[in-house]
Write a protein that binds this ligand. Structure first.
Ligand code: ADP
Length: 192
């Protein structure tokens, strides 16, 4: 399955909880990039400036990293991708990877949150965790990219009958419960 939502919608937190309940592997492209940046790998050196500016890392780089990650054994029981795909090019790549591995998507979960709530939450996180891309200018830019590019690809998943929308603004447990019931409904709908 996929989980998507604007920056600050809590998708990282929910991804961990949902993956645990479903006993599948959570894979966050944002976390993978941050680990590379921290470890100063060649990939980290290349991607840092994009992340600091709130820009997408180029598709070719992101696609190669995800393709490689999805070959690992821990994904054979199912996986939850957090933060990928974000562009139409990434959707095509994922379709291709899934077809090659004989996997299907069951659900695309979208967490909704409004812009001002997002900015408020992320400025709070900036104070608490010091993430280098959590300042107001970069937050607004990440939000703009999400609204312009990532939301556009959700229409496509909706046409495939995969999209489930959940309000990300309640308390953490409440959001997890709504997400789990949305996932169950979607799976029943598809007979999986
Ligand atoms: P958020 O959704 O809060 O912006 P993430 O932790 O998911 O944060 O991602 C952080 C950064 O990592 C993004 O701003 C972008 O630079 C990079 N990134 C993560 N996933 C992708 C992706 N699928 N395509 C391009 N860049 C990505």
């Amino acid at each position: 399955m996929l989980i998507t939502g604007p920056p600050g919608s809590g998708k990282g937190t929910q991804a961990q909880r949902i993956a645990e309940r479903l006993d599948i592997t959570a894979i966050s492209t944002g976390d993978m990039f941050r680990t590379h940046v921290m470890d100063e790998t060649p990939l980290g050196v290349e991607t840092k400036r994009y992340m600091d500016n709130g820009d997408f890392v180029p598709d070719s780089v992101t696609n190669a990293m995800v393709r490689d990650r999805l070959q690992h054994q821990d994904t054979s029981n199912g996986f939850l991708l957090d933060g990928y795909p974000r562009t139409t090019c990434q959707v095509d790549e994922l379709d291709d990877i899934l077809a090659a591995n004989a996997h299907n998507l069951d659900v695309v979960l979208q967490l909704a949150a409004d812009d001002e709530e997002i900015v408020r939450r992320l400025l709070g996180r900036a104070r608490d965790e010091g993430r280098s891309d959590d300042n107001e200018r970069v937050i607004r830019h990440r939000l703009e990219l999400y609204r312009e590019q990532t939301e556009a690809i959700l229409a496509l998943y909706d046409r495939r009958g995969l999209l489930v929308q959940v309000d990300g603004c309640g308390d953490i447990d409440q959001v997890t419960d709504s997400a789990m019931s949305g996932i169950e409904t979607a799976k029943v709908r598809q007979g999986t």
